[in-house]
Write a protein that binds this ligand. Structure first.
Ligand SMILES: [Zn+2]
Length: 165
C-alpha cells in the first residue's frame, strides 16, 4: 500500500513515472508519411534502428537531427520529447564532422520541428538547438515561434500528460 502511494503524484494522482520520462518519436513526420520511409533508396541513418539513430538523411525530403525538447511541469517535474529536427542540407556535413568530436559542445543549429507536439499542435516551426550536455543530443533552447518558446519556458499543468503518446 505504501509503495503504491509513494509512486503517485501528490498534485494529480497519476504515477510519478509518467511525469519524468522521455517521449521519443521514431521517425520524422514527413518520413513517416513517405512511401518507403527510412528505407528509401539512398537514405542514410547513423544507426539502422531509427529509434536509436541521432542523424538521418532521406533523399528528396531532408536531413534530420535528433534533439531533446524539455517541458517543465508544475512542482518541479520535467519530461522530454525526443524529436526530429529538419536541418538545412548545408549544415549536415559540419554536424556529422563534429558529432563525436570535442567541438560538439559548440554545435548550434537552426531547423524546423519535424514531429507534431501535442497538446499544442506545434509542427514545422523554427527552433534553435544547442548542446547543453556533451553526452546527450542537442536541446531545443529557443524559438522565434512564440508558442514554442512558451512551451520551452513556462511550467505546465499535469493535465497535459494525458495528451502524450
Ligand atoms: Zn502530477
Amino acid at each position: 500500500m505504501d509503495s503504491i502511494k509513494a509512486q503517485a503524484c501528490t498534485m494529480c494522482g497519476q504515477a510519478t513515472a509518467a511525469h519524468d520520462r522521455d517521449v521519443r518519436f521514431r521517425l520524422p513526420e514527413p518520413v513517416l508519411n513517405s512511401p518507403h520511409q527510412h528505407r528509401a533508396e539512398g537514405s542514410w541513418l547513423s544507426d539502422p534502428d531509427p529509434t536509436t539513430a541521432t542523424l538521418m538523411q532521406i533523399p528528396n525530403i531532408s536531413p534530420f537531427v535528433r534533439a531533446l525538447l524539455p517541458v517543465k511541469l508544475e512542482g518541479g517535474h520535467e519530461f522530454r520529447f525526443g524529436v526530429w529536427i529538419a536541418i538545412h542540407p548545408d549544415d549536415l556535413q559540419h554536424t556529422c564532422r563534429v558529432w563525436n568530436a570535442p567541438e560538439y559542445s559548440d554545435l548550434k543549429l537552426t531547423g524546423y520541428l519535424a514531429n507534431k507536439i501535442q497538446p499544442w499542435g506545434l509542427y514545422k516551426v523554427p527552433v534553435n538547438l544547442a548542446v547543453l550536455n556533451p553526452d546527450q543530443t542537442p536541446y531545443c533552447v529557443s524559438s522565434p515561434n512564440e508558442e514554442l518558446n512558451s512551451v520551452l519556458t513556462q511550467e505546465w499543468p499535469h493535465a497535459i500528460l494525458a495528451s502524450l503518446p
